[in-house]
Design a protein around this ligand. Structure first.
Ligand SMILES: [Zn+2]
Length: 173
């Protein structure tokens, strides 16, 4: 899982620095306390704690706590939740695709008009309200084809669908 670039990119966004990946590797091996993780990875305890908190905040770790009968102190044992990596990534790319599809529909269903000086881009109704005059510069607002924009959006949709599929394949094994 940690070899996949999509997963790595996602995790790096949470753990701040690629140098902190050993913390996740450590959690994948076994349930560990923060002190044990610091010891095994040679990463400073305060950093380990911060990263554990960030992972927990993103729903990627769970913990169990044990109370020391003598000192009454709690020790937390952390576990990495691989399923949540999948769920979060799946949701993220599903959302990208559905937003882009909504945008595509909007572009395909409407005609667009733009100021000759590039100040604004509006749909027909708005352009008619403005009597086809740009309020910023007084120039005309003219019809502007959106074929290029549509093909850009289509390309983006294709790209994110491909990543979405890759995520699903990766976690279905
Ligand atoms: Zn203008």
């Amino acid at each position: 899982m940690l070899k996949n670039r999509i997963v790595l990119e996602y995790l790096n966004g949470i753990i701040e620095d690629e140098d902190n990946i050993p913390i996740i590797e450590c959690l994948l091996e076994d349930m560990n306390s923060d002190e044990k993780i610091a010891e095994k990875t040679n990463i400073k305890l305060n950093i380990v704690r911060r990263i554990l908190y960030r992972l927990y905040d993103s729903g990627l770790t769970t913990y169990k706590r044990n109370k020391d009968p003598e000192t009454q102190w709690y020790t937390y044992f952390w576990k990495f939740d691989t399923d949540s990596v999948y769920l979060n990534l799946n949701e993220k790319y599903e959302m990208y695709v559905s937003r882009l599809e909504a945008l595509l529909k909007f572009e395909e269903d409407n005609m667009f008009f733009a100021c000759e000086n590039g100040h604004m881009r509006v749909d027909y109704n708005r352009a008619a309200d403005l009597e086809f005059i740009c309020p910023d510069c007084g120039n005309k607002i003219v019809f502007k084809g959106n074929e290029e924009r549509i093909s850009d959006i289509k390309r983006e949709i294709k790209k994110y669908k491909k990543i979405h599929k890759e995520v699903n394949n990766l976690f279905s094994n």
